[in-house]
Design a protein around this ligand. Sequence first.
Ligand code: GAL
Length: 679
Amino acid sequence: MTTSRADRAASWSPDSVVLGCDYNPEQWSESVWHQDVALMREAGVSLVAINIFGWAEIEPRQGEYNFDRLDTIMDLLHSAGIRVNLGTGTSSPPAWLTTLHPEILPTAADGTRRWPGGRQAWCPSSPEFRSAALGLVAKVAERYSSHPALALWHVSNELGCHNAHCYCDTSAAAFREWLRARYTTVDALNQAWGTAFWSQRYSEWNQILPPRATLSSTNPAQRIDFSRFSSDELLDYYRGEAALLRSVSSIPVTTNFMVTAHIRSQNYWQWASEMDVIANDHYLDHRLSHPVSELSFAADLTRGLAQGAPWVLMEQASSAVSWQPHNLAKQPGEMLRNTLTHVARGADTVCFFQWRASRHGAEKFHSALLPHAGTDTSVWRETLDLGAKLHALESLAGTRVEASVALIFSWESWWAAEGDSQPSTDVKYLEQVHAAYDALRANGVTVDVVAPGAALNDYQLVVVPSLYLVDDDSIDVITEFVEAGGVAVVTFFSGIVDETDGIRCDPTGETPPGAFPALLGVWTEQFFPLMPETQLVLSDGGHATTWAEHVRPTTADVVAEFASGPVPGGPAITRNRFGSGAAWYVATALDEPSFADLMGRALDEAGVEQLELRAGVEVVTRSNDSERFRFVINHSAHDISFPVDGEELLTDTTIAGSVTVPAGGVRVIRLSVEEGATR
Ligand code: GAL
């Protein structure tokens, strides 16, 4: 079929806010299916993902296919008016395949092969795996591409969740091919990897390996290229399945991303343009200090991947997960609040893992929309309530989120910044990104999370947190943004290396080190990482931890100095006029109040409207050419009132002057015309 990506994406666009879920009917008998589908209708579920782990059921032996049960469930869902998000079924190879071809099993960095018995036990470069998987995809596509229930193709599942990096000989050969394409000659590779260090020089391609376990640190440039290769390799695998699906069908194709705090192996900036629809899986992570803020960040990043278009939340949990050390059940109202936070930040489809809680297997304690205890439960009642509330929001489908602040985020920088032998293991890239995001959130502004190099013209403030690795083009975009009148906030450990992980320094000493000396009007002479217990005081009364450095101002004004620590009297926060704009530099890890205060000053300078919000309250606005919808999300334990006029959609009431949002509640107001014009 020769439809364009734009056509396939347009054919997806829902005209209401959709409730969906993963469904694993292979775990249940047919009599349960009928009950399930009836309850799905009751809850307002209109999109169901099936066949995600279906391979062993539909191809029980090599070349022997049995689609009877999948046919039945497809038809059953269709007869209930439920659309299908159809998995290609390839995410976990069946036992017959790994028994026949043990070479497809992935190999860890120490050379040991991983056994089957879990999931995703396949090497991304394995030709045997690809051929078996594409064989299955061809059968699934042939059978269902014209099925009237089919709404979306779901390639594999969370590609790279467990098997992102494989170190086997097949992967090593594929890595060398990838390197040849990148560098052409071994000499160019030696140059880029700095192999003069530790006698690591290569004279032939066949000497080059993945960064397998070694006695000492490995080469950081080799590691980052292996991370790039590994992300590309799974993307290439995705392309293979997607091409096959697109050759027989014009239905949109996607896979579920893992924009989340604990998985970082895919560079989704490179994947996004290959998806017809952007879809993400997100679970609250109680190992973090601010799980709810991370949810908002992940949603904003997913919207960035979708270039602002509405996106699909492909998985979330109704209550507890089963894979964290302490799997917290959600409090009453929390599931609705989480869901509407995703919707506020651009999701028009919200799905759950999973429909019915499993009886068996590693996820039997994972929550579901329909819990083990059935329908006389608070989780089920909240499921019904959610369905009704999403229905009340249908008029905002297709609207876009308003934001005038951008935060630059980079998976490559994440990989590189947390490699071996860095100045401090306490400098965690994502923590620094989250700290900057939280400081913006505390000032009541909505943030677009964008790729390095993305156009910044539509923004008033750009935040660059600890962007350790940055290429020349991205430096230019940030510099030009400020020159043209924008305001930037750059934080420590930014612009340290180029894309080869080589330090940005000039051996002649003519220009100072770092990516932004002119823009920031400062350069750094030496880093002074801190011991974990060290607290710094700044001259403006602020506090900081983790990091200090000897900053040398050239044209910048010093805003605050270190009043304690290893660089007493040295600049800690600076501000430089540059072109028609200004660039702030923060040479330490500010604590939350100090960072929020600094961000407030930069937002003022950029002219960004800030809302006076109580702690724990989020306000986000979605709009189109004619309407604006304001979400007021109250994560706090107190009722709040927020000034607004319009029509509240969840309670179907008219709001004049201010809306009361109960503790833990959410209100969504279609702004009255005057309100829309002024706020
Ligand atoms: C995802 C996965 C689902 C399920 C879920 C549990 O990683 O796609 O199949 O395992 O997590 O939270």
